[in-house]
Design a binder for this molecule. Structure first.
Ligand SMILES: [Fe+2]
Ligand SMILES: [Fe+2]
Length: 285
């Protein structure tokens, strides 16, 4: 029996796997047309009321820097610009996948996992800023979703997920190593399948697929390297918990390619802390 193939087939066959809201597809299409106006984007978002209210909460949070000042979606689009709004809509959509209630597992704390995810998003954004990359928003989203495969395991592969959690605790090892040992398939591939089905940009897909083996990310290496680094930083800083208590070794290639030796690690860590503090809204939404 090929367990790896079977498990990936099982994931592909989940008919209730979360789908990306149609409004996001609509916005993507609208943004391809240079004639599109802020009103049109605003109207597209408001067709989905629950999404629209999340977007408003986010744009009015300290994270985006306009606390309490934006009252309509169209106003938000004008102030923040099309691409930022698209990123916010994507972020708000991702919440629905993460925040689905009703799944409790001994040994896997969903609240801490959620905090690990947003902290990794904030840390990815900090790293992107420190190395002078312009892709800060993408880095945030990539960090936010890097472990989304664990959510799919938890919600749809209960038996396997329970085994992985137990193995991780008993051997006090990385969640990733337990997955490899038990099933030869990890949350990277499973999360990658979700990102593919959502048609997310390739840099986000690769960051999800390769954050534990960044050298395998042949294209968009930088986003993957940033997330690899951020994941390790937030573990070391004890910000949330991704399902294990181990801190993996930072890849030498990542360390060098991000030029981390030339940066003040202390100011980076301080900045990560500041950014994470601004994300408290993400815990409440
Ligand atoms: Fe991971
Ligand atoms: Fe992680």
């Amino acid at each position: 029996m090929n367990q790896k193939r079977d498990l990936l087939e099982a994931v592909r066959g989940i008919s209730t796997i979360p789908t990306i809201p149609t409004v996001l597809e609509k916005i993507t299409l609208l943004l391809q047309n240079p004639q599109t106006s802020a009103e049109e984007i605003g109207r597209a978002i408001t067709t989905d009321q629950s999404l629209a209210s999340k977007v408003l909460k986010l744009v009015n949070s300290a994270f985006y820097g306009f606390p309490g000042k934006i009252s309509t979606i169209t106003h938000a689009v004008v102030i923040l610009g099309f691409s930022t709004i698209k990123n916010i809509v994507l972020t708000a959509s991702i919440f629905d996948v993460f925040r689905k209630k009703g799944h409790r597992y001994a040994g896997f704390d969903m609240e801490k996992f959620w905090f690990h995810s947003i902290a990794c998003g904030a840390a990815s954004q900090s790293v992107a800023k420190f190395i002078g990359s312009s892709e800060r928003e993408e880095a945030f989203i990539a960090g936010l979703i890097h472990d989304v495969g664990k959510i799919i395991e938890c919600q749809y592969l209960e038996k396997e997920f329970t085994q992985i959690v137990r193995e991780t605790q008993q051997k006090n090892q990385l969640f990733f190593d337990s997955e490899k040992q038990l099933f030869e398939v990890t949350h990277q591939e499973i999360g990658g399948l979700l990102c593919q089905s959502w048609n997310l940009p390739e840099n986000l897909q690769n960051a999800v697929k390769y954050h534990h083996n960044p050298s395998k990310s042949r294209s968009h290496y930088l986003t993957t390297a940033i997330v690899h680094c951020a994941d390790i930083l937030v573990r070391a800083m004890d910000l949330g918990n991704g399902g294990d208590n181990k801190i993996p070794r930072m890849s030498d290639q990542v360390w060098q390619s991000l030029g981390l030796e030339n940066l003040s690690l202390q100011s980076l860590l301080e900045n990560v802390n500041d950014e994470v503090e601004k994300t408290t809204i993400f815990m409440q939404i």
